[in-house]
Ligand binder design. Structure first.
Ligand code: ZN
Length: 103
């Protein structure tokens, strides 16, 4: 859904239509557990933007009107950051002098 995805290294995220405070919304369903009709989206902001601009959600989820995608946008913004590679060197250099106290 949304883009035609060259960016497709990321796994598609399932999203579903849900009522949040009486407002129809599109919410992420990363564990694929929520009931109802779902759609798939790349969990990246560009794909979400495109889907919104093309009104892909109402079509894919068979609802009318424009959904609230705040929750989805937040989820996507959080998960689209590149994985953090921690290069502190802890555990290797620091521990290179094990206590060999036995004689
Ligand atoms: Zn996409």
């Amino acid at each position: 859904m949304g883009c035609r995805g060259r960016d497709v290294r990321s796994v598609l995220l399932r999203v579903v239509a849900a009522e949040v405070d009486g407002v129809w919304s599109v919410v992420p369903d990363p564990h694929r557990r929520l009931p109802g009709r779902g759609a798939s989206l790349h969990p990246v902001t560009s794909c979400l933007d495109l889907a919104e601009r093309r009104r892909a959600f109402p079509r894919a989820l068979r609802r009318s009107g424009v959904p609230d995608t705040t929750a989805l946008a937040e989820y996507v913004a959080g998960s689209s950051r590149p994985p953090v590679t921690v290069l502190t060197g802890s555990g290797s250099d620091a521990d290179e002098h094990p206590m060999r106290s036995h004689r």
